[in-house]
Design a protein around this ligand. Structure first.
Ligand code: HEC
Length: 471
């Protein structure tokens, strides 16, 4: 039993070493906050002696001074004590995320972010309606536009669907068998940039190479084929990894395609094995580059390294869920699921290490810290991140003319948050993040349509809608 007359802060803090782990959700971080911070900032973070941590902007903590450093060193003149001697890096990280989460909830409570009345929404400087385009789908995942005005839709269960002239056709016959496992299934669909001439349609799916230790194993795979009378024909294998790299986990398959200069770029998530994202001999946790016919480019960045997986273009990615080319700069922008907190928007460049799991702005879902660093030399910082996570999914640059002020803005869907975000970009930076849709469903994908409207793929209820401006 530790007993002490608590006059000094250090004495009061002594039992803290008993907190081996600080896990959000178990009450431990809240307890830590209540013990150390609530006396001045209030149990509900509403402020008291110190400022409210939820309703007021932070002043000292900014791009130069991190939360960790500020709380470590305090601001003695203003009455904020230093905690550097008593809190570990991991404890500080969990406190930061705890505060962000409470702050986020408070911001949302009772506040409608997107105004809606009689089916007219108002956000991002426009008034618009949601026009339901396709219903009767089961977990639609991705969307592509055929030149004749039809939509091509993947359903995670394995069906490729065509929606033409108001009619949802039965599943395309002859598409490859998918491994329906957890987050896996039929995922991405995209047309080759020269589709009009060559008819190639690319799909990303999960496929199982068989069992190991009594468990089915699988991995992300890419094929291309053509469509004729609602039949999948001429299939060619574009990318597949050897069975030894298949894994049993049902998570983090990545995909999403970008075509650029004759190459195909796509991501594979860490497949639930985070440390492998840093292992260049493994295909998971990476962004890959191959020729559009599947050949491995000779000049891929790690090809000269004997052990490296030859298609790797960049690494340290947890679970890439969105990929798009900036229409003006040609840069590849990526969205990536973080853990609890720490969803990211990155610009993918050759050979870069995006840091997972060595650095992250997130923590584990069970509240345990993952990494105690948010930055490190030689590892890229995201262009934008969300804490708490929105469960960021598909992304797309808007290229239409129906919402002129949105042109070349990056739209990003959130599954857990049920939000559609609009990010304004200047050069290489995200300069604003606004919410355009809220609570109309989990936003799986977003796509700028050739008709100039913005299309959104929603799960729950499963449907595809488009945003149509109203005067
Ligand atoms: C003895 C009172 C006291 C305690 C205990 C205390 N704070 Fe503070 N805190 C302050 C005061 C005072 C300020 C700055 C002046 C103000 O805004 O009122 C401040 C400011 C802050 C800020 C705002 C920084 C900014 O950029 O504006 C944060 C964040 C913060 N504290 C976090 C914490 C955390 C986390 C703990 C617990 C580990 C904690 N504080 C414990 C008094 C306290």
């Amino acid at each position: 039993m530790i007993s002490c007359v608590c006059r000094s802060l250090a004495c009061f803090l002594l039992p803290l070493s008993l907190f081996g782990q600080n896990r959000i959700g178990t009450g431990e971080v809240q307890q830590l906050f209540n013990q150390l911070c609530a006396s001045c900032h209030g149990e509900n973070l509403e402020g008291g002696l110190g400022r409210s941590l939820i309703t007021e902007d932070w002043i000292r903590i900014n791009s130069e001074l991190s939360f960790n450093d500020y709380v470590k060193q305090g601001s003695v003149d203003e009455g904020m004590p230093p905690f550097g001697d008593v809190l570990s890096h991991a404890q500080l990280r969990s406190l930061e995320i705890y505060i962000q989460e409470v702050r986020h909830k408070a911001e949302r409570a009772g506040k409608t972010l997107v105004a809606e009345s009689n089916g007219v929404y108002e956000a991002g400087g426009y008034r618009f309606r949601l026009e339901t385009m396709v219903e009767g789908l089961a977990i639609p995942w991705s969307l592509a536009f055929l030149p004749d005005g039809a939509l091509l839709i993947t359903e995670r269960s394995g069906a490729l669907r065509v929606f033409r002239e108001g009619e949802l056709l039965p599943p395309v016959k002859g598409t490859p068998k998918v491994w329906k496992h957890g987050q896996g299934g039929l995922l991405e669909v995209a047309l080759h940039p020269d589709y009009k001439d060559n008819g190639w349609i690319y799909i990303g799916l999960t496929s199982s190479g068989g069992e190991r230790d009594g468990k089915a194993q699988g991995m992300t795979k890419v094929v291309r084929g053509r469509l004729q009378d609602n039949q999948w024909i001429d299939e060619e294998l574009i990318f597949e990894v050897p069975f030894e790299w298949h894994r049993s986990a049902g998570v983090h398959f990545g995909t999403r395609f970008v075509f650029k200069d004759g190459y195909l770029f796509f991501g594979i998530g860490d497949r639930g094995a985070m440390e492998m994202a840093q292992d260049l001999s493994r295909p998971n946790g990476k962004i890959h580059r191959i020729h559009d016919d599947g050949r491995v480019p000779k000049d891929n960045p790690f090809r000269a390294e004997s052990n490296a997986y030859p298609t790797i273009w960049a690494y340290g990615n947890r679970n890439p869920q969105g990929l798009d080319l900036h229409p003006q700069t040609g840069a590849i922008w990526e969205s990536e699921h973080g853990p609890r907190g720490g969803d990211e928007i990155n610009i993918i460049e050759v050979g870069n290490n995006y840091g997972w799991p060595v650095i992250t702005h997130g923590i584990n879902y069970n509240g345990k810290p993952i990494a105690d660093a948010t930055s490190a030399p030689g590892m890229e910082q995201p262009k934008h991140y969300w804490t708490p996570s929105i469960a960021v999914c598909g992304i797309d640059f808007y290229e239409g003319d129906r919402f002129p002020n949105w042109k070349y803005d990056l739209f990003a869907g959130g599954l857990a948050s049920k939000e559609l975000h609009r990010l304004q970009i200047e050069g290489q930076n995200v300069v604003s993040d606004g919410i355009i849709l809220k609570d109309v469903g989990r936003v799986r994908d977003v796509a700028s349509g050739p008709d100039g409207y913005l299309y959104v793929v929603l799960n729950g209820p499963d449907r595809i809608v488009r945003l149509v401006p109203v005067d």
